[in-house]
Design a protein around this ligand. Structure first.
Ligand SMILES: Cc1cc2nc3c(=O)[nH]c(=O)nc-3n(C[C@H](O)[C@H](O)[C@H](O)COP(=O)(O)OP(=O)(O)OC[C@H]3O[C@@H](n4cnc5c(N)ncnc54)[C@H](O)[C@@H]3O)c2cc1C
Length: 361
């Protein structure tokens, strides 16, 4: 069977790897002249790492990661720790430089599979048995297949950066909550770290003449670690984006086309699950296409993935609202409850996301 994947992001490349592993002929068509990712970091949770293991690339990908204690270390913007990561009790996430994760996935595919500078606007013009639309949050294929579906919605605004090797303080991963904003830190391999400042904002598209100075201003009275990381980031390496998400779609498939990743279900990054869910999609799609006809396989993909994506969207939206809330009572509640919350309760909250098991290949 011939599969064409539209979009060479993390979702599209994982789909190509998984589909090749199940014996399909695969081509990846990418609009950009070059296949690459932006200069920022991201984490993959155990569910995504398990999915990468299932298609045989987990070990090679893991080599590019650093363990991040982000989910176990929570403090307030005044520097008070509500919780500290404890090895053996808390589970680290795998933190990556995006370009290195993307590069590791790319290295799993022969060059002949990849076709850059190739934009797909009409899936009916693609010569394939199945088309995987992995063309991101602004997916043109989604708009074509589901013209009535709402456009991505604005949630909040976010700055990101990666420090140069050795430039910043050594970090282990943490999440800092402030009024209406958060600061998240991951260590990266090679003595680097990445950070993200998320902040409530009422209008999309807001920019500042000097984004680096704006971040420095916003974290001026936050813990030294945050200030030092921003100071250790080259101003031109600071990215500023709107955080967008999608309302659940009526279907993830149409004819022989399957939507995957952000094209199907972009979520706010607050649970660190966007790319994880794209990776899950990829392995489920490939497993579904292993045995069944295209029609049956896509029906199975849709019924396996849509409820899960709807769940993740709901949870991620709730977390995004909390992370950027200035409500005093919420901050008070967290300050009182988090320090006394048993680890088992916290772990149980992550279980529906992290304990997902991929299909067996
Ligand atoms: C601030 C922030 C932090 C995040 N942190 C995390 C995290 O820690 N963990 C996590 O799991 N997720 C995280 N995410 C989410 C994650 O980045 C995305 O979910 C993931 O990158 C989506 O991958 P994708 O392959 O679906 O789409 P994309 O990466 O957007 O790839 C789409 C590709 O399709 C191409 N394309 C578009 N249109 C066409 C066309 N017509 N023809 C051909 N090619 C086309 C594009 O050029 C692009 O290469 C974060 C997101 C943000 C914004």
């Amino acid at each position: 069977m011939k599969a064409v994947v539209v979009g060479g992001g993390i979702g599209g490349l994982t789909a190509a790897i998984a589909l090749r592993r199940t014996g399909h002929e695969v081509a990846v068509l990418e609009r950009a002249p070059e296949l690459r990712e932006i200069g920022a970091g991201l984490s993959l949770a155990p569910n995504a790492m398990r999915a990468l293991d299932a298609v045989g690339v987990g070990e090679r990908v893991r080599k590019h990661s650093a363990p991040s204690e982000v989910t176990g270390t929570l403090r307030t913007s005044s520097g008070r720790y509500l919780r500290r990561f404890r090895a053996g009790r808390d589970e680290p996430l795998a933190a990556f430089h995006r370009a290195e994760l993307h590069g590791a996935l790319l290295a799993e595919l022969p060059e002949s599979v990849l076709h850059t500078g190739t934009e797909v606007t009409d899936p009916s013009e693609v010569d394939a048995d199945v088309v995987v639309a992995a063309d991101g949050v602004y997916s043109g294929l989604r708009r074509r297949l589901f013209p009535a579906a709402p456009a991505p919605g604005f949630r909040y605004t976010c700055w990101r950066g990666v420090t140069e090797p050795g430039a910043g303080p050594p970090v282990r991963g943490s999440f800092t909550m402030g009024r209406g904003a958060y600061f998240m830190i991951h260590p990266l391999p090679g003595d680097r770290s990445c950070w993200a400042l998320g902040a409530a904002e009422s209008t999309p598209g807001v920019t500042y003449p000097d984004e680096h100075a704006e971040v420095s201003r916003r974290v001026a009275d936050w813990p030294a670690e945050a200030r030092d990381l921003v100071a250790a980031t080259r101003p031109e390496a600071v990215l500023h984006n709107d955080i967008l998400d999608l309302d659940p779609l009526p279907a993830f498939t149409s004819g022989r086309v399957a939507l995957l990743g952000d094209a199907a279900h972009a979520v706010p990054p607050d649970l660190g699950q966007g790319a994880c869910q794209a990776i899950e999609d990829a392995v489920v799609l490939a497993a579904s296409l292993r045995a069944a006809s295209v029609g049956d396989a896509l029906a199975a993909y849709d019924s396996a993935r849509r409820p899960r994506a709807a769940y993740v969207t709901k949870q991620a939206r709730g977390k995004a609202a909390a992370d950027t809330s200035s409500a005093w009572w919420l901050h008070f509640l967290l300050a009182v409850t988090v320090p006394v919350m048993p680890a088992s309760v916290i772990r149980r909250q992550a279980s529906p996301l992290w304990d997902w098991a991929p299909p067996i290949f």
